[in-house]
Design a binder for this molecule. Structure first.
Ligand code: GTP
Ligand code: MG
Length: 208
């Protein structure tokens, strides 16, 4: 097997925040994971770092309630120094069971983080590969782009989609986002599919 170009050398939980004064004191590039409740954000962080149970996963939507920062280091083949950054796990949006008032508060502190952190490298917006994006996904995507954030759409739970349907489903996401040329990264946290591709994207962003 060919040696991987990018390896994760460290993945630890650092801090949870709901307010600005709780964000980490030390600034490092931030890679943010955002998407509907239950889409697989926390699972993806565990898959990417290969640290079992680093981020809490649940079959019940609404598991992650705070902005969670994980300190991660990676090594790029041929480079001596490690690259340090944060993976940031956000609460999901679009969870039907919580009331409108609660949802507004929730969205406010997520929005505040996304708009005020000067160190966001890019945002991975996770979208369920099994079905067409929901209106909330499409709205969120455009909101992120309008606010100047770089967005990488990630199609999650790709293991649940038959091989023959994958290209069609990915094309449907691209069409719904109305950005014909955008790259969409298919991912399976169960099979670790897409992992080395995502690590390559992260490494490229850190080197920039
Ligand atoms: P919230 O924190 O509630 O917003 O959810 P989340 O987006 O962090 O989702 P989480 O990682 O907790 O996963 C939700 C459910 O989806 C769990 O039952 C996971 O086991 C499952 N899941 C996550 N990723 C995958 C995947 O790639 N494939 C499959 N088959 N299941 C997945
Ligand atoms: Mg979560």
């Amino acid at each position: 097997m060919m040696a991987e170009r990018v390896t994760v050398t460290r993945g630890v939980y650092l801090v949870s925040a709901v307010r600005r004064d709780q964000y980490p004191a030390e600034e490092k590039p931030e890679i943010v994971f955002l998407g509907r409740s239950n889409v697989g954000k926390s699972s993806l962080i565990n898959s990417l770092t290969r640290v079992h149970n680093l981020a809490r996963v649940s079959s019940q939507p609404g598991k992650t309630q705070t902005i969670n920062f994980y300190e991660v280091s990676l090594k790029i083949a041929g480079e001596e120094a490690r690259r340090d950054f944060y993976l940031v796990d956000l609460p999901g949006y679009g969870y039907a069971k919580i009331g409108k008032g609660q949802r507004a508060i929730w969205q406010k502190f997520i929005r505040e983080y996304l708009l005020s952190s000067p160190r966001i490298s890019f945002v991975c917006q996770l979208i369920d590969a099994r079905r067409a994006p929901m209106p909330s996904d499409i709205e969120m995507f455009h909101w992120l782009v309008e606010n100047g954030l770089a967005v990488l759409p990630v199609a999650t739970k790709i293991d649940k989609v038959k091989k023959t349907a994958r290209a069609k489903n990915i094309a449907a996401i691209r069409e719904a986002l109305a950005v014909p040329e955008i790259d969409i990264l298919p991912y399976s946290s169960v099979k670790n599919e897409g992992r080395s591709d995502l690590l390559d994207v992260i490494a490229a962003a850190l080197v920039k």
